[in-house]
Design a protein around this ligand. Structure first.
Ligand SMILES: Nc1nc(=O)c2c([nH]1)NC[C@@H]1CN(c3ccc(C(=O)N[C@@H](CCC(=O)O)C(=O)O)cc3)CN21
Ligand SMILES: O=c1ccn([C@H]2C[C@H](O)[C@@H](COP(=O)(O)O)O2)c(=O)[nH]1
Length: 732
């Protein structure tokens, strides 16, 4: 029961940490939510639906006999179509209201739970104080804790009343515990603390030579200190767990490492290292983890970091208790004689990777891998084997909440750049009217930098339509301007695109229905908004253009810049300038060139396109064997377009790097007018409450080396586990 409770604390607290960390939500932990509105959703829904059906029937009937349609009927049809749109909007609003009512209900329930939990915490504190005064727990686990270890930690006892979280603990099989309890066979499995590893290692996982570090990296030690000292709760400390040799490798004037509980593992009972108040000696990894899961450490120690040496990391790195690995990846080769195992990529995924740094001629990056697959925390798996032997058959459930990461690291996930920008636009963007008359909040001049080195930036706080990203990019690369050559959805999506709106790519509407809607939108756009445009539109023949012919858009400009456009069927081979091949040629043959540019912005062709390119200009850059790309987007719909655009250019960068035998570096997204449509504010606020998850990993078929040879199945995305998709209505 206690462990189940611990877990609940973790869950409730983690939400709180995130909220604190990115300031996405006001701190309302103890304020009761306001009551939900009372309204009759069922009536509202059925009346809206009824109206919608009736009108759609009328529209269908009138459109079935266009030749009989007098001018007035056409007017009537248009009016009906607008009404259908309005009703649809109403339907969405009703659904949103319903959803909000449900959320409110959940909040109320959570509030009630919270009150219960507070009562529990007070009781826990009483128990802890009682235990401190009377317990003899140190003798239980063959632990030689120095007698003076507690008082200084306990001068912080007053902060227990502010205590918010329970440390993460887990329970292993009773058979393994029996063997660990110093001979005291017990059927009650002992809880253990989970931990995180902090290590610096070369590419081949070398961590040392002759008992010392083969490199001198002051900024790494500074990072090590910041990571291991910093706590979210000022009343707590972290513990660092190390072997005896690692303890001895720290210059005596620095040890014990200040501001942390130094837990030293040794089997020698006579080993008397220190009577220092911040030092505890334990006989094994497991006894240390069990000790740290007991009072008073459970409450006073916020995080447990394993810092070496080789044997301890070999035993703990991929073991079930390891929540995360903070590894300083040394990219310059260095001779080592001590090695640790590779990180198990089926269990861990990169959460954050710094830009590559350089010091004393050594290149390195700070990378955090977070556990994505777990055994069931807080449950006893009676038949599971001892952990860490690689063949454990514990339940590999997915880890969905990464709030166990130190705040310092948690906030560095690249997705927060997007979330912060959205938040900033919503809270302080300029109110602007726009072509679609929806109304926006907008900021001008924004930048986001996504690191492509270890993961792929496909947003996780909502599901992004990956197949759509791949298909669209392949279609751009093909140079085609015929939207019909791809599958059905792409055709309609593209049609929607060129008229400045986003259509949900996974829409299940039938072709006929979509076509009808599309024509209505066309009417709406040209008749109501910009009457003078109609003549221009007719004069360039766009209206009479065959279905699916988009004019000289992205693909045409990338592959045939400057050719004169006739229609999508014409063969343009050899015509115009092939920017894409030129970009690839320069990257391969003159990588220092500062003119490696791909432009879709062709002023003389703009009049032939219904929607001038949004992502219009990209520059490529090669350094240290890495390819980076910076793209300028003149206008960006943060809710619908941007997640797609980020993925699209990140993929283009990875593909070009791949065919040029380089590795991807950064994708830098520069935005002119970054806007949130007013009807996206609510769904985006919902999205802002979500915690990011690790980005997926992209693998490209190594056999493909020609940019024109790719097909969708050449791209394999692993570890994409996003939150569910969030509906946002396109601005028409
Ligand atoms: N990122 C990282 N770098 C390392 O060099 C390293 C690890 N992790 N983990 C495993 C061991 C532990 N090692 C350590 C850890 C701390 C100090 C040390 O003296 N730390 C001081 C900071 C000194 C400073 O800021 O220059 C401390 O207070 O943490 C030395 C070696 C070396 N190893
Ligand atoms: O790739 C795209 C394509 C379009 N958008 C958005 C940006 C704007 O909201 C509209 C285009 O309207 P303009 O009036 O031409 O700026 O479509 C996007 O974000 N990404």
């Amino acid at each position: 029961l206690v462990f189940r409770d611990s877990e609940q604390h973790v869950v409730s607290d983690s939400t709180h940490h995130i909220t604190d960390s990115v300031d996405l939500m006001p701190d309302e932990e103890f304020r009761p939510p306001s009551a939900a509105h009372k309204f009759n959703e069922a009536d509202l829904l059925s009346s809206v639906l009824q109206n919608l059906y009736e009108l759609e029937e009328k529209v269908g009937m009138l459109q079935g006999k266009p030749y009989q349609m007098p001018f007035e009927k056409e007017e009537l049809l248009n009016a009906a179509v607008y009404r259908v749109d309005a009703l649809e909007a109403e339907l969405i609003a009703t659904k949103t209201a319903l959803y909000e009512a449900l959320i409110k209900q959940e909040e109320l329930l959570a509030y009630l739970d919270n009150q219960e939990e507070r009562k529990f915490r007070v009781t826990s504190c009483m128990i802890v104080i009682f235990q401190v005064l009377f317990s003899s727990f140190r003798r239980r686990f063959n632990i030689f804790a120095s007698t003076s270890a507690f008082p200084p930690l306990f001068k912080n006892l007053n902060v227990i009343s502010k205590y918010r979280s329970c440390a993460r603990t887990y329970v292993m099989a009773s058979n393994s515990v029996t063997s660990l309890s110093n001979g005291n066979a017990s059927m009650d499995p002992e809880p253990r603390r989970t931990y995180q590893v902090v290590v610096a290692a070369t590419r081949d996982m070398g961590i040392g030579k002759d008992g010392v570090l083969p490199w001198r990296l002051p900024s790494d030690l500074k990072f090590f200190k910041e990571l291991t000292v910093t706590t979210s709760d000022p009343g707590k400390k972290n513990a660092i767990v190390m072997g005896r040799k690692t303890w001895e490798s720290i210059p005596s004037k620095y040890r014990p490492l200040p501001g942390r509980l130094n837990v030293v593992l040794t089997r020698s009972g006579s080993f008397d290292i220190s009577t220092d108040e911040n030092v505890v000696i334990c006989g094994s990894i497991l006894s240390a983890l069990e000790l740290l899961a007991q009072a008073p450490y459970l409450l006073l120690i916020e995080k447990v970091f394993f810092i070496g040496g080789g044997q301890i990391l070999r035993d703990s790195l991929n073991a079930p208790g390891c929540d995360a690995i903070h590894i300083t990846e040394i990219e310059t080769s260095m001779e080592c004689d001590t090695f640790i195992p590779a990180i198990d990529c089926s269990l861990f995924q990169p959460w954050y990777s710094s830009q590559p740094l350089s010091e004393n001629g050594i290149r390195f990056s700070f990378v955090t891998y977070a556990r994505v697959k777990n055994f069931a925390i807080g449950t006893t798996t009676a038949n599971s084997e001892l952990e860490g032997n690689g063949s454990s058959n514990y339940n590999k459930s997915e880890v969905k909440n990464f709030a166990f990461l130190p705040k310092l690291i948690l906030e560095k996930h690249d997705e927060y750049m997007y979330l912060r920008l959205v938040k900033e636009i919503i809270s302080s963007g300029n109110q602007k009217d726009d072509r679609t008359r929806t109304g926006t909040l907008s900021k001008f001049g924004c930048q986001m930098k996504f690191n492509l080195r270890r993961s792929f930036p496909l947003l996780t706080t909502k599901r992004v339509f990956w197949r759509g990203v791949v298909e669209e990019l392949l279609w751009f690369i093909s140079g085609s301007t015929n939207a019909k050559i791809k599958s059905h959805w792409l055709f309609y999506r593209r049609k929607a695109y060129i008229y400045g709106m986003e259509m949900h790519p996974e829409t299940t509407l039938t072709g006929k229905c979509l076509a009808t809607r599309f024509l209505c939108i066309l009417d709406h756009y040209f008749v109501q908004e910009n009457p003078t445009d109609v003549s221009i539109f007719l004069s360039i023949g766009l209206v009479n253009r065959e279905d699916g012919d988009l004019g000289p858009v992205y693909g045409f400009q990338w592959r045939h810049f400057g050719a004169s456009y006739t229609n999508m069927h014409a063969d343009y081979s050899g015509q115009g300038f092939d920017q894409l091949l030129d970009v690839i040629d320069k990257i391969k043959n003159s990588p220092d060139d500062r003119r490696i540019i791909l432009s879709a912005w062709n002023p003389s062709d703009l009049k032939l396109m219904a929607l001038p390119p949004c992502h219009m200009f990209a520059q490529f850059h090669v350094a240290n064997g890495e390819l980076s790309c910076q793209m300028y987007q003149r206008s960006a719909d943060m809710g619908l377009g941007v997640p797609f655009n980020i993925a699209s250019y990140a993929l283009l960068t990875c593909m070009i790097a791949h065919v040029c035998s380089l590795v991807p570096g950064d994708f830098i997204h520069v935005i002119g007018d970054a806007h949130v449509y007013k009807n996206h504010v609510r769904p985006l606020q919902e999205q802002l409450q979500k915690l990011p998850r690790p980005f997926p990993i992209l693998r490209i078929n190594p056999e493909k080396k020609d940019i024109d040879s790719f097909v969708a199945s050449d791209f394999e995305l692993t570890g994409y586990d996003p939150h569910q998709k969030i509906e946002m209505k396109m601005a028409v």
